[in-house]
Design a protein around this ligand. Structure first.
Ligand code: 5GP
Ligand code: ZN
Length: 113
């Protein structure tokens, strides 16, 4: 399968990995939109939110405990941070292996555009 993020999981493409667990990894976004911008992905390939299976509930939950730990390690847990997962083109998804953006270190506007 020709998936960029599967290649990062496999170590075939380098990434600045800041978090690793049995089910997920976190690495810095190559085009950071905030002082902290980490992508948390499952090791398992899932293309979009629409492809998440009922059996993946714990796996997807582990993306959020990863985000929690990354925010603490980055020192942004108390001030606040945003998690975003885009689904399909209109929402801005460009890599079709689900990823939770963890953004912080600056104020976040709302609503997002
Ligand atoms: P999306 O637009 O799908 O929600 O987010 C994809 C993210 O992946 C973008 O923020 C983009 O900067 C990031 N990205 C794309 N290619 C690479 C890469 O090769 N390495 C890393 N670290 N991030 C990437
Ligand atoms: Zn993949």
């Amino acid at each position: 399968m020709d998936c960029l993020f599967c290649k990062i999981v496999a170590g075939e493409i380098p990434a600045d990995i800041v978090y690793e667990s049995e089910t997920a990894i976190g690495f810095r976004d190559i085009n950071a939109q905030a002082p902290t911008h980490v992508l948390v992905i499952p090791r398992k390939h899932i293309a979009t939110i629409n492809d998440i299976g009922d059996e993946d509930q714990a796996l997807v939950g582990s993306l959020y405990t990863a985000a929690r730990d990354i925010a603490a390690a980055e020192g942004i847990a108390d001030e606040g941070y945003r998690t975003v997962m885009n689904c399909n083109e209109s929402a801005g998804q460009s890599v079709f292996h689900i990823h939770l953006h963890v953004l912080g270190g600056r104020p976040m506007g709302w609503p997002p555009f």
